[in-house]
Design a protein. Structure first.
Length: 538
């Protein structure tokens, strides 16, 4: 997202346009008839205060907090002469709203506004002091306990602070925020059994109102006595009368479509296989190669001569998504076989590769991710024994449709005397497979309509990665075997085998009675050398 100046970005500053303020207040109904008091925790220059005062039904009292002096002066000028409004200079992160919010009136409380749309990491990178105190607000273990999350959203922190500190006043909270923040707050309320009795989400056009390319909404939540409901109807805009869907927490987990999820909830569980993420290197200029007339070339236009055994076919997420039989479009250097392996031995076993990487050491040093700190030179992630499995069933995490594909070795004659497993990039998730039968059964299970319905009911299309490892690990393949018709499932698996072989007569004659035996981590690994050679022909 872009800010007009550095100070605005430092404070996550988006002033809400009058048009949007008016639409938000209309969606809440006659304010003064429902709420005697209104709190705006980050009131800026007073857009919501002005909107409240000009409404046909203003509240009896308005309290606003603002940090920036320039905005504070503007907001106070709006309140001049009004006994309804008090605007105080304060940092919301340093307040305890149980003792620092002083009211003249009593009665129902509404919290409304537009808190900052930045993360703590963004503010930290700018050297901002406008950060909440470090605390384990979410009760997270390990390193997450330092800040409450590895990279939490400031608006999310404010939401949780409001809910925790104002709960005894039974407030209604309605704030503009990212839809991802609304979902996280809903999950937090469920995890901590907060008294949330009603909620809804109304989408807004953030590009139009703020020139921000982000999915955003007005998130409304009521905290009352009574039965808690950790769900929220989602509307297409501030005026829509019928919701598009209902999101909510079921069995402790947030789902995107509660009604659809309930039809396939039996799939929920723990996958017996461990989903893996593809290779992460953050140095594509050097690490990703293309075939040249002699050897390879990199993205810098250089001819590259390195030891062949450290170069593997690479399939990217887009290729995996678009093609039923994805083929490697390029190659990737794999300097490690496991995370943390010391790479300095390459100097002896692969001197050309070692020299090549060292010539481009500066590119590796510029990698920003903290995961590379204190790692061996030229370290990569998403690497382990599973990376070298002869077959993989993969899916793109960035696309909005779950298409599971077979990632097989490249043709053995394309550049090597032996078939080599294809690697997937870090936009992909995969299950390592060790036989065609295991791969075929997994594809038939994962592409089955029941599995597809489960994934669609649980994934959020506006997320940066609609499909995640966490979601995939929820698919209980054993339960699927118990619910899907065996003949239908094996017919689909046989079709996959026939397509891979290119001849139906080559399909293996039968399947084990206990199909779950093919769902063990290394099922089929003890195959003959002749079977292994078959992989090169897939």
């Amino acid at each position: 997202m872009e800010w007009s100046n550095c100070m605005a970005r430092d404070l996550g500053d988006f002033q809400t346009p009058d048009e949007l303020v008016a639409a938000v207040l209309r969606s809440l109904g006659p304010i003064g008839e429902r709420w005697a008091r209104v709190l705006e925790p980050t009131c800026g220059s007073g857009g919501f205060i002005r909107g409240l005062l000009e409404s046909s039904s203003p509240p009896r009292e308005i309290l606003g907090f603002e940090l920036q002096a320039e905005h504070l002066d503007r907001a106070r000028r709006l309140a001049a002469g009004s006994t309804r409004v008090c605007v105080r200079q304060a940092n919301i992160f340093q307040l305890d709203l149980r003792r620092d919010a002083h009211w003249s009136e009593s009665g129902p409380l509404l919290v409304v506004g537009n808190p900052p749309w930045v993360t703590n990491a963004e503010l930290g990178a700018l050297g901002s002091g406008n950060l909440p105190h470090k605390s384990n607000l979410k009760g997270l273990p390990g390193l997450d306990a330092i800040t409450g999350s590895a990279n939490f959203d400031i608006a999310e922190f404010i939401w949780l602070k409001l809910m925790l500190e104002l709960a005894d006043q039974q407030p209604t909270i309605a704030l503009l925020c990212k839809t991802s923040v609304a979902r996280n707050v809903l999950q937090f309320a469920s995890d901590n059994q907060l008294p949330l009795t009603a909620a809804w989400i109304r989408r807004i056009d953030a590009k139009r109102h703020f020139n921000a390319a982000v999915d955003a909404c007005l998130f409304y939540a009521e905290m009352r006595e009574g039965e808690s409901r950790y769900e929220a109807a989602v509307y297409s805009d501030l005026q829509a009368s019928e919701p598009e869907t209902i999101i909510g927490v079921s069995g402790g987990r947030l789902v995107a479509d509660l009604n659809a999820y309930r039809q396939v909830a039996f799939v929920e569980g723990n996958c017996p296989l461990n989903w893996r993420q593809g290779i992460k290197h953050d140095a594509a200029q050097v690490m990703e190669l293309k075939k040249a007339d002699q050897g390879w070339s990199n993205q810098l236009g250089e001819r590259v001569e390195v030891e062949e055994e450290f170069v593997y076919p690479l399939i990217k997420g887009r290729e995996l998504f678009l093609s039923e039989q994805p083929q490697p479009g390029r190659y990737v250097i794999v300097p490690q076989r496991r995370i943390g392996q010391d790479t300095r031995g390459l100097e002896l076993v692969a001197p050309r590769l070692w020299n090549y990487l060292n010539r481009h050491a500066e590119i590796f040093l510029r990698r920003k991710s903290a995961i590379y700190r204190n790692q061996p030179p030229f370290a990569i992630f998403g690497i382990g024994d599973y990376s070298f499995a002869p077959l993989k069933i993969g899916v793109s995490g960035l696309h909005k449709e779950p298409r599971f594909r077979l990632a097989s070795p490249a043709d053995e004659h394309s550049y090597s005397s032996s078939a080599r497993p294809a690697m997937l990039d870090d936009t992909c998730y995969f299950l390592p497979c060790f036989s065609l039968e295991q791969a075929a059964l997994l594809l038939a299970l994962l592409n089955h309509r029941v599995t597809q319905s489960f994934i669609r009911s649980t994934m959020f299309l506006d997320a940066k990665r609609p499909i995640t490892k966490k979601l995939l690990q929820r698919i209980d393949l054993i339960k699927l075997l118990q619910h899907i018709d065996r003949e239908e499932l094996l017919a689909a698996a046989d079709r996959e085998l026939a397509r891979w072989h290119g001849n139906a007569a080559l399909v293996p004659p039968g399947w084990p009675n206990d199909l779950s035996s093919l769902l063990s981590e290394r099922a089929g690994v003890k195959q003959s050398a002749g079977q292994m050679n078959l992989f090169a022909k897939v």
